[in-house]
Design a protein around this ligand. Structure first.
Ligand code: HEC
Ligand code: HEC
Length: 276
């Protein structure tokens, strides 16, 4: 497992307040989406190119400013001005394999517009053919893991629940609805496909730790996926106020608003005492 350092499992109220504060900060500072405002850059005639040539050109136009030529990465002190004037910096991609490229492209996590932003699920800007070409190109940069092919039907929900509680619930909560860890938004798992869950577990995107086959075997991964898929779409409500399952950030906003009303009440009470 990598990462882990600096991650605090916040208690629900603190987490809700942190989410509200984060939402306010994001709302004021960055109303735009996480993707390049000008869209993506594509070659004028894609049909004349082989898959790897297309992948290389899409990479040069949309990824190299942050990930460097040949996927060597762009170290932080010398950011380059890249496509669409985006100043970029990103990790090396040589060796991440088709697995990471497929995950980051299919989820719309990439391309980012700002290297300091947390990737998030967004509209996929590439066509399926372009996505496959980019994935093949990134895979060709080094030796890395292929796209996994999990078989959740072979897993057990009960085993999956145990694994989820011990490895994932600290961040993603028991019902797989997402939450907040310090410095990151934890997404709900309702939109991830079986392949994407398998990829995320092996890659460990952003601050999420990666889990090797020693941590979670392929058979256990099948159970984990089966459990996540079984609860994902119909989250149960074990006590507490679901607020229509619109997610932790709006729910945090509600907490924030309740707190604001309470504060105004305290101010009015204090004001009344001062006057009398
Ligand atoms: C330390 C906290 C943490 C732990 C533990 C953790 N995750 Fe995550 N997970 C995250 C964060 C943060 C993201 C968002 C990554 C990003 O934005 O790039 C994420 C993203 C994901 C995604 C992609 C969701 C999407 O739709 O964008 C999946 C699937 C996922 N995690 C599954 C799991 C599973 C299964 C486990 C347990 C084996 C697990 N995670 C353990 C923090 C965690
Ligand atoms: C504005 C800068 C930026 C641009 C443009 C960008 N990336 Fe990224 N990329 C990042 C950053 C920063 C990370 C690290 C985020 C994380 O850890 O989740 C990252 C992570 C990744 C990863 C995961 C690497 C790993 O170690 O697992 C892949 C794969 C990836 N990017 C592919 C792409 C592709 C393909 C494109 C072009 C379509 C692209 N990126 C465009 C900044 C960028």
């Amino acid at each position: 497992m990598r990462a882990g350092a600096g991650i605090v499992r916040a208690r629900p109220v603190r987490a809700a307040l942190a989410a509200a504060a984060l939402e306010l900060a994001l709302g004021l500072a960055a109303p735009a989406g996480a993707q390049p405002p000008q869209g993506i850059v594509r070659p004028t005639d894609e049909r004349g190119l082989s898959q790897l040539q297309l992948g290389a050109q899409l990479y040069a136009g949309n990824c190299a400013s942050c990930h460097g030529a040949d996927g060597r990465g762009v170290p932080s002190p010398r950011p380059q001005r890249g496509a669409g004037g985006i100043v970029g910096q990103g990790p090396p991609l040589a060796g991440v394999g088709a697995q990471a490229a497929d995950f980051y492209l299919r989820t719309g996590y990439m391309p980012l517009s700002d290297p300091h932003e947390q990737p998030k699920r967004s509209r996929v800007l590439f066509t399926a053919g372009e996505r496959r070409a980019l994935t093949a190109f990134v895979a060709s940069l080094g030796t890395g893991p292929p796209i996994p092919s999990p078989d959740p039907a072979a897993g057990s929900v009960a085993e999956g629940q145990q694994l989820f509680i011990s490895h994932c619930a600290g961040c993603h909560q028991a019902v797989a609805q997402g939450g907040v860890v310090t410095g990151a938004r934890v997404p709900p798992l309702t939109e991830a496909t079986s392949v994407q869950i398998a990829e995320a577990v092996r890659i460990g995107p952003y601050v999420m730790p990666s889990f090797s086959r020693t941590d979670i075997s392929d058979a256990q991964l099948n159970s984990l996926i089966r459990y996540v898929r079984s609860v994902g779409r119909h989250p149960p409500d074990p006590g507490g106020w679901g607020i229509g399952h619109i997610g932790p950030i709006p729910e945090g906003m509600v907490t924030w608003m309740v707190a604001a009303v309470a504060l105004v009440g305290v101010c009015l009470a204090l004001g009344g005492r001062l006057r009398s």
